[in-house]
Write a new protein. Structure first.
Length: 111
């Protein structure tokens, strides 16, 4: 994949190891689809968090690493909404418990 000087500098660690790791992941993903280059983002983006679902530990580990490194989004973004609202809708207790177990990471990312 062809990278700009700025992108290559990020890969080389100019903005820290966490940013380099994040960009390596993006580049590998692009290479999987035979992308020739990265494209600029010129509109708000959407972050798929899978609503805090258990079983996606690697994705949440990466999110925690980005947060711990103090990295901030340069553009506005949206994220997945909570998959349930216990205050607004009645849930049977066993359904509520199942949702809490399935979405066990949700509390750590809820605002």
């Amino acid at each position: 994949m062809e990278l700009t000087q700025e992108e290559q500098a990020i890969l080389d660690g100019a903005q820290g190891e966490t940013m380099a790791k994040a960009l390596r992941t993006i580049v590998r993903y692009g290479e999987l689809f035979e992308a020739e280059r990265l494209l600029p983002l010129d509109a708000p983006i959407h972050v798929v968090t899978s609503m805090g679902m258990a079983g996606l530990d690697a994705a949440f580990d990466m999110m925690d690493e980005l947060i711990a490194a103090g990295l901030k989004a340069k553009r506005p973004f949206t994220a997945d909404p909570r998959p349930f609202d216990f205050d607004a809708l009645p849930y049977h207790e066993d359904i509520k418990q199942s949702l809490l177990e399935l979405n066990s990471f949700q509390p750590g990312y809820a605002a």
